[in-house]
Design a protein around this ligand. Sequence first.
Ligand code: TMP
Length: 208
Amino acid sequence: MGEPLRFISFEGPEGSGKSTQAGRLSVWLRGLGATVTLTHEPGGTALGEEIRRWLLHCDADMGPEAEFLLYSADRAEHVRTVLEPALAGGNFVICDRFVDSSYAYQGYGRGLDLSWLRAVSKKILRVQPSLTFLLDLPPEQGLKRLADRDRLEGESLEFHRRVRKGYLDLASTEPGRYVVLNATLPEHELARRIQEEVSKRWPGLSGL
Ligand code: TMP
């Protein structure tokens, strides 16, 4: 069997520390000699940063379908201009959120039909992570860690509970891809577990 696609995503609720861990993993991989593209959604392209502003800070009313389609527009551009070229060039891609965020937030959180979300996403998902770290945390704790709240972070606790349940459901249906970690562990311990898992999946790394 060949090496798994060098595409790793980080998922989790607000305040779970996934951006910190994505950053730490990229530093560690670079230290081993790997070329790494560290990126995020929404955003990660010039158009994506514009879309991110609409999604997180626009005051206009936005229905769940429009919200999902904006995340998908962002993703389509991100896959086409960043992820595909980086993976084709042999880079490791570390992505802070990917399509699982749409399933958890717009599917479980907003109540959109998951099969519709998957059908729309199918065209866009020409590349998919071979490994996803879910940094799991009760929403009460994650929200407490935030200084300001954007449009989604300001949603009710019930909404964030549905998102968490969504992530855990998604993880249980794909145990080979997902690694669920307790986000309340100390930062260095989480980083150690993440490195251990990555070393297991890419055993050739130390010889880069
Ligand atoms: P961030 O704070 O991790 O950058 O994510 C921005 C917000 O966007 C966060 O509240 C989760 C949300 N989100 C979705 O609702 N659906 C998606 O598909 C993505 C990528 C993010």
